[in-house]
Design a protein around this ligand. Structure first.
Ligand SMILES: O=C(O)C1=C[C@@H](OP(=O)(O)O)[C@@H](O)[C@H](O)C1
Ligand SMILES: C=C(OP(=O)(O)O)C(=O)O
Length: 442
């Protein structure tokens, strides 16, 4: 173990044990916002305790909501019935896409004045497609620095919806998610949201629709690009389900599942399984394609090494449009595969916590992997032999990207110890990651 600014881990050969997964970030932030907008009190169980959900909770408190953190990852939210008590606020969103995008849309419906900003990287992450969608219903939103990016200023405006709102879906699905959750607050008649062009990260839309249904709003999907929001029939559109259990985070599960494959296992994750509503459980299918031995139940998945006689994974070519986050884990798992692994459909990596294609390529090369990158793909091939593996003395850089740090912990199963710089960036979604990791590896 190293200092706070870096950590040195490995080399390890075995991974064995079970992990209680922290709550899903995607479900936690949706549930917090919907609970805040609903009538009634909601008890959220297994809520994720991490930077991304902290910025959402703090913003809701600033907006006048009672959001009470209790022991054991329980959080009790008193809903406001759709109108935030505070009509003017300056909100800090860190680097949480699942906070700034849905909140921007909900706030634009409020008739108040709000400013939303974040860390420097947040000010480089696009929000234009959402702002364009909101402007179609009369929202008054101004860019403070650069057009298309936060910080943004929302000014009180008269919201009037025509029957169709159009939104692009090829940069981030979070813009559609934001419109889906916000438009029911003001829909006097049914509204059609029409997605223009490709819709990436579609399973996250399924999470949105399922959570909205839990809070009493059913969206109709007559075709793959259309979503019909029902007309508002009562003052409070969203109704609290009373309590809601947040599933374990399927993206966080991916690191442990990969460890179960490369460290022989068995490694079992508890909290997600065949009943999950998260698209990233499909990471397990990708691992099976790579030769891993996997079993699953309704709320658990277990990996016990690989089936291949070589004892190694096999490289695959896979479209990752639906699993953008777990796909990063595949890129590092490729270090333990025979043959190249090609991940397609990952253009969105370039506008996330960092330019993840560039960062992944640069750091994997430091280890000795052969890497090719394109606008929307990456190909990774392991170092030719164990003697070609490098342990970069300067360490693996993590670019303030939690997933870079978590993914690269897998590379400590190479022949050398590995230094990872700024491991605390895991706090965005999984503050206890390296402790959980240390408990199962040897
Ligand atoms: O809606 C969500 O909860 C998320 C959607 C995805 O983003 P994009 O839609 O931008 O790909 C994903 O990468 C992100 O971590 C969480
Ligand atoms: C892309 C991610 O986060 P965000 O919700 O900020 O988009 C992520 O967690 O990998």
């Amino acid at each position: 173990m190293g200092t706070l600014s870096d950590i040195t881990i490995g080399p390890f050969t075995r991974a064995q044990g079970s992990i209680d997964l922290p709550g899903s970030k995607s479900i936690s932030n949706r549930a917090l916002l919907l609970a805040a907008l609903s009538s009634g009190t909601t008890t959220l169980k297994n809520l994720l305790d991490a930077d991304d959900t902290q910025v959402m909770r703090n913003a809701l408190r600033q907006l006048g909501l009672a959001v009470e953190d209790q022991a054991n990852h329980i959080c009790v939210v008193q809903g406001c019935g759709g109108q935030f008590p505070v009509r003017s606020a300056d909100l800090f969103m860190g680097n949480a896409g699942t906070a700034i995008r849905p909140l921007t849309a909900a706030l634009a419906m409020q008739g108040g004045n709000y400013r939303l900003s974040g860390v420097a990287r947040m000010h480089e992450r696009p929000i234009r497609d959402l702002v364009d969608g909101l402007r179609q219903v009369g929202a008054d939103i101004a860019y403070e620095l650069e057009d298309g990016y936060p910080p943004i200023q929302i000014n009180a405006a008269h919201i009037q919806i025509n029957d169709v709102v159009k939104v692009r879906g090829d940069v981030s699905s979070q813009f559609l998610t934001a419109l889906l959750m916000a438009l029911p607050l003001v829909a006097k008649d049914p509204v059609r949201i029409q997605v223009i062009g490709e819709l990436i990260s579609r399973p996250y839309i399924e999470i949105t629709l399922k959570l909205m249904a839990r809070f009493g709003v059913a969206v109709d999907c007559p075709d793959a690009q259309s979503f019909i929001i029902p007309a508002k029939t009562s003052e409070s559109v969203y109704v609290s389900p009373g309590s809601l259990l947040v599933e374990g985070d399927a993206s966080s599960a991916s690191y442990f599942l990969a460890l179960g494959a490369i460290g022989d296992g068995p490694v079992r994750v508890l909290g997600v399984g065949s009943d999950s509503i998260q698209g990233d459980v499909a990471f397990a299918d990708a691992l099976v394609m790579m030769g891993a031995r996997i079993t699953a139940g309704e709320d658990w998945i277990e990996v016990s090494g690989v089936k291949n006689v070589s004892g190694r994974l096999n490289g695959i070519t896979i479209d990752c449009t639906e699993i953008p986050d777990a796909a990063m884990t595949l890129a590092v798992a490729a270090l333990f595969a025979d043959g190249p692994t090609r991940l397609n459909g990952i253009a969105s990596w370039r506008v996330k916590e960092t330019d993840r294609i560039a960062a992944m390529a640069k750091e994997l090369k430091k280890i000795g992997a052969h890497v090719e990158e394109g606008a929307d793909y990456i190909v990774v091939e392991a170092p030719k032999s164990r003697s070609d593996w490098q342990s970069p003395p300067e360490g693996i850089d993590t670019y303030d990207d939690h997933r870079m740090a978590m993914c690269f912990s897998l590379a400590a199963f190479g022949p050398h110890a590995l230094k990872i710089n700024d491991p605390n960036c895991v706090a965005k979604t999984f503050p206890t990651y390296f402790g959980e990791f240390a408990a199962i590896v040897s």
